[in-house]
Design a protein around this ligand. Structure first.
Ligand SMILES: *[C@@H]1O[C@H](CO)[C@@H](O)[C@H](O)[C@H]1NC(C)=O
Length: 174
């Protein structure tokens, strides 16, 4: 029936975009190493990427020479490898980003973190993306992000119009 295919399409539109992804750290297989320059650093890559709850980070490296340590903020800052939250050294590490906020990783190889082999990934808060998709007409108080949310171009206006239609459709179908 038309109704059920419409709701399938709607489900795809609403949730298809947010399907869990596997993100290769640095965007290439040999990226977990001491960066050759600031521009080459993993945090430069991280700043250009979007991370959502449920996504996986994947590291490929030589497990005999290096490791991935998940650490807290302090140990990230001081490159302290002595008390990681998790230690991975299998050469093919996959970590699920299971909560919003920052996740800190450093190399377990001696001296590498100090030379810049470290990564902080900030996972988006799911509340924001969901609110925006389903109830674009939320009250100003809910739009905590301020100017970032305000439509700034006609493309954005078009996009919010589209999302608004989806939202209305969602209420109708569900
Ligand atoms: C690393 O952290 C541990 C535990 O917090 C602490 O005892 C140690 O002194 C730290 N090492 C360095 C080099 O800061």
């Amino acid at each position: 029936m038309a109704g059920s295919s419409a709701s399938l399409l709607l489900l795809f539109l609403l949730f298809g975009f947010s399907a869990a992804k596997e993100l290769l750290v640095g965007g290439k297989t040999d990226a977990w190493k001491v960066p050759s320059s600031e521009a080459d650093s993993l945090n430069q890559w991280a700043e250009k990427s979007r991370f959502k709850v449920g996504d996986y980070l994947v590291w490929k490296y030589d497990g005999g020479k290096d490791s991935v340590l998940q650490v807290n903020k302090e140990d990230y800052g001081s490159c302290n490898t002595s008390n990681p939250i998790e230690e991975y050294k299998d050469g093919n590490t996959k970590v699920k980003l299971d909560r919003p906020g920052p996740h800190y990783f450093i190399s377990g190889a001696k001296g590498h973190c100090e030379k810049g082999q470290k990564l902080v990934v900030v996972v988006m808060t799911p509340k924001h993306s969901r609110d925006r998709a389903i109830s674009p007409a939320s009250s100003p108080a809910e739009l905590e992000e301020g100017p970032a949310v305000a439509p700034t171009s006609s493309a954005t206006v078009l996009q919010s119009g589209f999302v608004a239609v989806l939202g209305v459709l969602a209420m109708y179908v569900m």
